[in-house]
Design a protein around this ligand. Structure first.
Ligand code: SAM
Ligand code: SF4
Length: 326
């Protein structure tokens, strides 16, 4: 599938739930969210159908996210269904990792290739603070389990926030040096709980790179799979790598290859803004495959050239990051 700017779109990120077992301060309000009724959320059969039609159009990669995808009951069943669809050659998950140790084996057996685990700090008290109550030992256990299960690559998502964890950049590098982990520093974006976001709290990845370069010899590199928008560097002599995802300082929209499906069945062309089209209603009204394909194409054609994050405020009527799928 090519969009108006001839970007090849082959990646669908699916939010399987907008609920979460943590309450990261920059992402969710403390009280959580208004819970949708079960019937408002796409069923596994509906997701499977959408992926099958997407695959006919050229979707090759799927990422399951949320909210916290692992709290969706029987998630391995969904992984099993979609990883067997012809044309789909990569199924991955983004998770906070809390439930990962218990689910890693069935997920892998079902066809999960790889996992991204979010971890913003390596300090127990800070983790407890930023997640509003999370236990860092569970997150560490998730990393350990992913490595032990032979998932490849194991990526770590780290959002840097000035004054909170920007003094841990070298600690994260040390982790990537000692373990075959790929730490990705993600610039803090004005999405989600925007009252927590301030322009000044964003750490530019160019600054992170110059800090790291003073302590490590870095070589530009690629990882085995799913390089996406991150720019990776191997730490000379080490086991893992570090990567930079810089949506704020250096938007990568010209390389964007993705569409997004919300938990309640809306197809979106961009995290930040853009039109949403209702696939759930189309499916429930028994629309033919051709109509689903038309919705895919129309969404694709509405894909903006670039996001306006940091230029225009996150609309209050718009959805939060966890609703769209981070
Ligand atoms: N619950 C899962 C997790 O935390 O990995 C999946 C959903 S979460 C929304 C996906 C990723 O988005 C996490 O790595 C999270 O840190 C990141 N994220 C959430 N809000 C963000 C923001 N305002 N700026 C940058 N990244 C953000
Ligand atoms: Fe939950 Fe992930 Fe948002 Fe944290 S970042 S509150 S783990 S959805």
């Amino acid at each position: 599938m090519l969009d108006r700017l001839e970007r090849e779109i082959n990646y669908l990120r699916i939010s399987v739930t907008d609920r979460c077992n943590l309450r990261c301060r920059y992402c969710m309000p403390p009280e959580g969210i208004f819970l949708k009724e079960h019937r408002d959320i796409l069923s596994f059969e509906e997701i499977e159908k959408i992926v099958r039609i997407g695959a006919e159009l050229g979707i090759r990669k799927i990422r399951l996210t949320g909210g916290e995808p692992l709290i969706r009951r029987n998630l391995p069943d969904l992984v099993y269904k979609i990883s067997r669809i012809e044309g789909i050659d990569d199924v991955a998950i983004t998770t906070n990792g809390i439930l990962f140790p218990a689910l890693a084996a069935p997920l892998k057996e079902a066809g999960l290739n790889r996992v991204n685990i979010s971890l913003d700090t390596l300090q127990k008290d800070r983790y407890h603070y930023i997640t509003r109550g999370g236990d860092i030992t569970a997150a560490f256990k998730a990393l350990e389990t992913a490595l032990a299960e032979g998932m490849e690559p194991v990526k770590v998502n780290t959002v840097l926030i000035k004054g909170f964890n920007d003094d841990e950049i070298l600690d994260f590098c040390r982790l990537a040096f000692d373990q075959p982990l790929h730490i990705r520093f993600i610039e803090f974006m004005p999405v989600g709980e925007v009252k927590y976001w301030h322009r000044e709290s964003m750490v530019r990845n160019s600054d992170v790179l110059s800090t790291v370069s003073k302590h490590y010899v870095l070589k530009p590199g690629k990882i085995s799979r799913g390089n996406g928008p991150a720019k990776y560097f191997v730490l000379e002599g080490g086991k893992g790598s570090i990567g930079f995802i810089s949506p704020m300082s250096n938007h990568f929209c010209s390389e964007c290859n993705r569409l997004r499906l919300t938990a309640d069945g809306k197809l979106r062309a961009c995290l930040y803004g853009g039109k949403e089209q209702d696939l759930k209603e189309a499916l429930r009204n028994n629309q033919p495959t051709e109509e689903i394909k038309r919705i895919f194409t129309e969404t694709l054609l509405s894909k903006p050239e670039r996001h306006a994050m940091g230029e225009k405020p996150w609309g209050t009527r718009d959805r939060k990051m966890f609703q769209i799928g981070g």
